[in-house]
Each structure stands twice: as C-alpha cells, then as structure tokens.
Design a protein around this ligand. Structure first.
Ligand SMILES: [Zn+2]
Ligand SMILES: [Zn+2]
Length: 233
C-alpha cells in the first residue's frame, strides 16, 4: 500500500474497526476472541462443532443427505463476523478478506490439502452483484487460499443460472426434482475432486446447488471451505 493510501485508508481492526498500528498484524490481540473459532470435534460434512465427540456427523447431517462430502468452516457467524463481512463484501475492505484467508490457511490449510482437491472453485455471485461491488468475495478468498496452498483456482467452470419468479415459488423438493439448483457447470469439466469456497455457510443450500451442478459435470468428490458458519441471521 502506498503511503498516501495508508493515510487515506489506515488499516483498521476487522473486529472493532479502530485504526491499527502499521505493525503487520491484522487484528488487535484483545479483539481476537471476538471471532469465535469453531472448535473440535467438528462435523465432517458441514464443519460445525459437535456436542458428542463419539460421532462423526452432526444430527442435521445424519438426517439430511448432503451431496458434498466434506466441509470446513473457520469461525462462528456472530455480530462481529457479520460486520467484518459487510466491510469486506460491501465496503470493499480487502484487508478483512486477507485476515480471513490467513485464518483459513493457518487453521484449516492442512485439512484442505489432505482432501487433495484438484481445484478450488469460488461460489459465483450474480453478474449484477459483481458489477456493483467490482469483485466476487469468494473468488478473492479462493485466490488467496489457493496461492498459499498451491492449489489452482478455477472461476470459469461454475456459473449461476436464472430461476424465474414462478420457479422460485416451488418448494425445495420440487425444485430439486427438476434439478433446479440455480447453478450449472461447464460440460467439459476435467476435475474429479473440487473444493468450493464461500464466505458463509448457513443452510447449505447454495453449496448443495453448486455440488450437484459440479457432479452433473463429472466431479466425484466435492467439499467446501467457508470463513463462517451459522444461521443466526
Ligand atoms: Zn480491535
Ligand atoms: Zn453437520
């Protein structure tokens, strides 16, 4: 960052938004706890904390058959998370994205590597949203993670397809019966193992839609990594 930019936009703490010393750290030491890390044991499929360490899957994943085969999430989605994400996505504070990327690499990097994905694929945003914000936050995250872990990032194989107003009224089950997921993947896709990248895991329906689209195009194992997990908003 140039000196002028530093004066105009001094680095701010992603948690409390106060100006930080330019000492290379991303967050105040005393603010770290405001991002609540998801602790072990975690559900292998959705990445959430498990109450019972005897089990590999959470109650929801035991009941619901998700198409993705694994999932990793870094933090719980709380108020601090929400604000930091808005700053990143809507206010364009990429430093927050860099902070999330570092957290994922440090905490989840070895697990992601172990799944041996051939590509990281960011969850696409709508063209309208991308042009409003100028960037896709998931792609930004994927690029940072991919670079650090030595995994290629492919943003060109998965895209959103429009769902009409009438189709939106259908229930989840009706939609999936006619395989309306809102996503499609290119037909001549070469990857067998893919790790999706998104900002927040809530109900999992977006990641489910992406997974099905990729599987339709030949992917055999699809997992995901997100910064946050939660459904409080
Ligand atoms: Zn702070
Ligand atoms: Zn689960």
């Amino acid at each position: 960052m140039s000196d002028l930019l530093k004066i105009l936009f001094p680095p701010r703490c992603p948690a409390c938004r106060k100006v930080m010393e330019a000492d290379g750290t991303y967050i105040h030491e005393e603010c770290r706890h405001k991002f609540r890390q998801i602790t072990e044991p975690r559900c292998f499929k959705c990445g959430r904390s498990l109450k019972n360490e005897e089990e590999a899957l959470c109650p929801e994943c035991r009941q619901k058959k998700h198409s993705y085969s694994y999932g990793f999430c870094l933090y719980e989605y709380n108020e601090t998370a929400r604000t930091a994400m808005i700053d990143f996505k809507s206010n364009g504070i990429r430093r927050n994205g860099d902070f999330f990327i570092k957290g994922i690499i440090d905490e989840l990097g070895p697990r992601i590597k172990r799944m041996n994905p051939e590509a990281l694929v960011p969850v696409p945003v709508t063209g309208k949203r991308k042009s409003e914000r100028g960037f896709n936050q998931s792609e930004y995250l994927a690029k940072g993670i991919g670079e650090a872990l030595g995994i290629c990032v492919d943003s060109d194989i998965l895209y959103r397809v429009g769902i009409s107003k009438e189709q939106k009224k259908l229930s989840g089950r009706e939609r999936s019966a006619i395989s309306l997921t809102g996503f499609e993947a290119v037909e001549d896709m070469q990857y067998k193992r893919i790790c999706l990248v998104d900002d927040v895991y809530t109900t999992g329906s977006t990641l489910e839609g992406c997974t099905r689209a990729l599987q339709k195009s030949g992917a055999e194992e699809v997992g995901f990594v997100t910064v946050f997990s939660g459904d409080m908003f």
